[in-house]
Design a protein around this ligand. Structure first.
Ligand code: S3P
Length: 429
């Protein structure tokens, strides 16, 4: 539990923590790639550590060197079929990305394994990966389309697959399974989602091509690659909104990944009137990166829907915080995926708004917030979800009274230093 008070200032500079999605992929892909690799700035969040612990149980040689706020990794692998039979069940903790991406790899491995997670993960939908993997010939048993999932040895074939959800995790699962299959897969996405897997595979000499919403991937060994992981725009989004809504907000964020399929948060906040300067653009590990300067701005309500949703799917809780203080209504539609994240994030944010006396309407696939409101403080649940905990924490910087968050520590799933960074920005620099 944490008690937070509003602050008289919100300014300073943050080096954004390592990107969670890219960290998972850097470790998973290099574990099945031929050769040695070095990964710099690997995330120290619990989800990414779950990926490493599972890979170690599968016999991957990983040397983990602690650095300040990240890890350096050295990985050595002999390629696609070098993983070995685990002695125990593989525990993925809270991490959907570990589970869904690794399932693609375990499906073509020649041993038995069982993959499971914590209570939240074990209740998340896995049919979306089990269906295509079974179509490919995978030998899978599940608990009613949830984890624990049991994998047996099998020989996979590629598929032509029309995805029904715009999910980078599902897409990546099929791509990884195809690497170890006998024939190519053609995957069609209903809308574009983050393409970190595709970008990384291109730098690993794989045979992958992309044509608009269609990805063609051929089975092949891949070559290891050294990767420096950029900062996470999803973690940066908390400070972006904090700086915009605080009357004295003035924050510089260094090393923010600005992959165009992740920058929906910037597009929407700029459209709402947010002053966000993007500078020092560069490229790291085949991914665009920049620094951001964000200053307090009067925001206006906005409508967010359709193809924009996958580009900011993880940022909707913090966008709801921004919408509350914006002038006018904000409507979020087509976001039913939020119901099956670490918690039902639409319900969780609606509970927060209800307890805060903020007028809103909750729909099956979205939410409408009236705006022109202020936060009154109170006692709130994190619902054991890192992004809910951090979003509520940001509301506290301008709340009338104290904000108490139960089980706030869950933020460390993606952002271990979050509370320290919050204290740092609240100090009047
Ligand atoms: C992720 C993809 C998204 C996102 C999750 C990380 C990834 O999930 O919500 O936090 O690393 O591929 P979906 O692709 O299932 O929407």
């Amino acid at each position: 539990m944490i008690k937070l008070k509003s602050s008289s200032s919100l300014s300073g500079e943050i080096i954004v923590p390592s990107d969670k999605s890219i960290s998972h992929r850097a470790a998973l892909l290099n574990s099945i790639a031929r050769g040695k690799s070095k990964i710099l700035n690997y995330s120290d969040g619990e989800d990414c550590l779950s990926t490493l612990s599972v890979l170690k149980k599968l016999g991957v040689k990983i040397n983990l060197i602690p650095k300040s706020n990240s890890y350096e990794l050295e990985i050595e692998s002999e390629g696609l079929n070098s993983l070995s039979s685990p002695k125990n069940k593989l525990f993925a903790g809270n991490s959907g990305t570990t589970t869904r991406l690794l399932s693609g790899i375990l499906s073509f491995s020649n041993f038995n394994s069982i993959l499971l997670g914590d209570d939240s993960l074990n209740s998340r939908p896995m049919k979306r990966i089990i269906d295509p993997l079974i179509m490919m010939g995978a030998n899978i048993k599940s608990n009613n389309n949830c984890t624990p999932i049991e994998f047996g040895p099998s020989q996979l074939n590629g598929i032509n697959y029309d995805m029904s959800v715009a999910s980078a995790q599902v897409k990546s699962c099929i791509i990884l399974a195809t690497l170890g299959a006998k024939s190519k897969s053609v995957i069609t996405q209903p809308a574009l989602s983050r393409d970190h897997t595709e970008r990384m595979l291109m730098s690993m000499n794989s045979d992958i091509s992309i044509n608009k919403n269609e990805i063609t991937i051929h089975p092949s060994e891949i070559d290891s690659v050294d990767i420096e992981v950029p900062g996470d725009i999803s973690s940066a989004s908390f400070w972006i909104v904090a700086a915009l809504i605080h009357p004295k907000g003035n924050v510089i964020l260094r090393n923010v990944g600005i992959n165009p399929l992740r920058t929906g948060i910037l597009e929407v906040l700029i459209k709402m009137g947010g002053k966000i300067e993007i500078f020092n653009k560069r490229e790291i590990a085949n991914e665009p990166v920049a620094d951001l300067k964000v200053t307090h701005s009067d925001l206006n309500g906005v409508e967010i829907k359709g193809e924009m949703i996958p580009k900011l799917i993880d940022e909707i809780p913090i966008l709801i915080v921004a919408s509350t203080v914006a002038k006018g209504k904000t409507t979020i539609k087509d976001a039913s995926e939020l119901r099956v994240k670490e918690t039902d994030r639409l319900f969780a944010m609606s509970e927060f708004l209800k307890l805060s006396d903020i007028k809103h309407n909750l729909f099956d696939d979205g939410i409408e917030i009236d705006g022109n409101s202020n936060f009154i403080g109170g006692t709130f649940e994190s619902f054991n979800d890192h992004r809910i905990s951090m979003a509520i924490a940001i509301s506290s910087i301008i709340s009338d009274k104290e904000t108490i968050i139960n089980n706030h520590e869950v933020a460390s799933v993606s952002y271990k230093q979050f509370w320290n960074d919050l204290d740092k920005l609240k100090l009047d620099n």
